[in-house]
Design a protein around this ligand. Sequence first.
Ligand code: TRP
Length: 377
Amino acid sequence: MKGSPHYVEGDITTMSDKIILTGDRPTGKLHIGHYVGSLRGRVELQNSGEYKKIFIMIADAQALTDNADNPEKIRQNIIEVALDYLSAGIDPEKTTLLIQSQIPELCELSFYYMNLVTVSRLQRNPTVKAEIQLRNFETSIPVGFFTYPISQAADITAFKATTVPVGEDQLPMIEQTREIVRKFNDVYGETLVEPDAMLPTEASARRLPGIDGGAKMSKSLGNCIYLSENSADLKTKVMSMYTDPDHIKISDPGKIEGNTVFTYLDAFATDAHFAEYLPEYANLDELKAHYQRGGLGDVKVKKFLLAVLEETLAPIRARRAEYQRDIAGVYDILKKGSEAAREVAAETLSDVRAAMKINYFDDKALIESQAKLYGDK
Ligand code: TRP
């Protein structure tokens, strides 16, 4: 599709009917891995003009399913994630930003969906399985955590989302949602919209390693570059990045595979960056070839990466500074977004109640037929 080089999707509904919902758990501030893997693509989707509505949810209630004893962490990170979204270019005029816990309709939807899912089906959900292992929950899984795929189905269906941009790890969640939708529509009549996952393109899906070359950026490992990183820290981090340990002298041939600096360049560097900062190379292929041949030092490559990241992060940093000056205003954006989102969710809930025939007081035919039944006696 035209809108985004960072997402691919299947052929679905006509463009103008498409609604996006996606979200993140507010458990920490976002790093440049999040930017490459999702944020950058979301901004492009937002600006493509091809979606009728876009919702981005800060999934605090879901975060609480495995952080029940640490609500303060979740509370503090809501503003961090909101600032990260806004500074990355999410525009509250175009995208509705909402906080999950502020939409109580989601709980009621989950409550009804729970009747359509079996315990064994949840136990087979690969994402839940992996997360249970990761958290050592084996013997004591909180029920809320176990059932979060159902609440995620509520998140998605409440907004009649057709399109859910997510990482590969979330595919089982979308599949679970689709099953719930099919089952609901089957039992109660066509009511809910069956969503499609939208995966990042191959290039942007590539997970950014930590600056130490570790498989993953993680706060606890201290190997992240944050979206909000200042220039001085960015420089220190880039200059200390893991490269090829066997590339000792400049004249040594160097390896690209597993070389973190090149992995980051793959994700961020454009030909325009070369023209601006390193015009002796036309593109990344030429730089890589020289490195592999030998005769190119790490410091030169790192300085180039630093320039590229600086150019990428500077406008993000500047927008963040603006929003930070008005934190109350950011909360107001979240409040307004949550209110608007709640109206949409309430409409869906009303459809759901009608389909399930539990809208007794609106059901004139029910009241009349029973009045007749008993009134005649
Ligand atoms: N489970 C998602 C994650 O961990 C966050 C999330 C919550 C979400 N609700 C959602 C993503 C609905 C997409 C749609 O990243």
